[in-house]
Unconditional design. Sequence first.
Length: 190
Amino acid sequence: MDVLEAIKTRRSINRVKDIPVSKEMIEKILEAGTYAPNYHLTNPWRFFVLTGEGRKRLGDVFVEIEKSKLPESELENSQEKLEKLKNKTLRAPVVIVVGVEPSKKPKVLIKEEYAAVNSCIQNMLLAAHSLGLGAIWRTGARTYHPKVRDFFNLSENGEIVAFLYLGYPDMTPPERIKPHFSQFTKWIEE
C-alpha cells in the first residue's frame, strides 16, 4: 500500500473480530514504530503486548482504579459497571500499550520525547492498516494513573501514552471528509 493512500484511508476501527493476530504481524507493527523520528536518538518508546489472559490483568488494574474512586457504600451496586470495565480490555485480541520513558540527558526536551512516541504510534497505526488490521488509539484518565504506570514498571518520569486495540476489522468505517489543508496554511514567501 502506498504511504499516501495509507495515510488517507486509515481509520479508527473500534470493532474487531476475535481472531488471533500472528506474532509476526505484531512484530512488524512494533518495528514500524521504532522508525519514528527521534531527535536525540533516545528511543523513548516502550511497548507492552497484551494477548490472551494477559489482557485481563490490565482490566484488573482498571477495576482497582475505579474502586479507589468509589465510596464503600457504592461498591456493591457498582459490580456490573466494574465487570463491564474489566472486560473492555478484551474487546480486541491484541492490546499494544505504548509508554514513554523520557531521557534524562540535559539537552533532551520532554516535549520532544512525547513527540517521538506519538509519531511512533502513528507509524504503528499505519503499519496495522497496511497489513489489513484495524486499530484504535485509546486513552482517557486511567491511562495516566500512577497504578497503570506502576503495572508496566515505568519510572516516575515514564507514562503510558496509548492503548492500541488491534485485530481484524469487523466493521466498515465511514468515509471521512477532511477540511482542505489550505484552511490551516499560511505561505510565507518573502
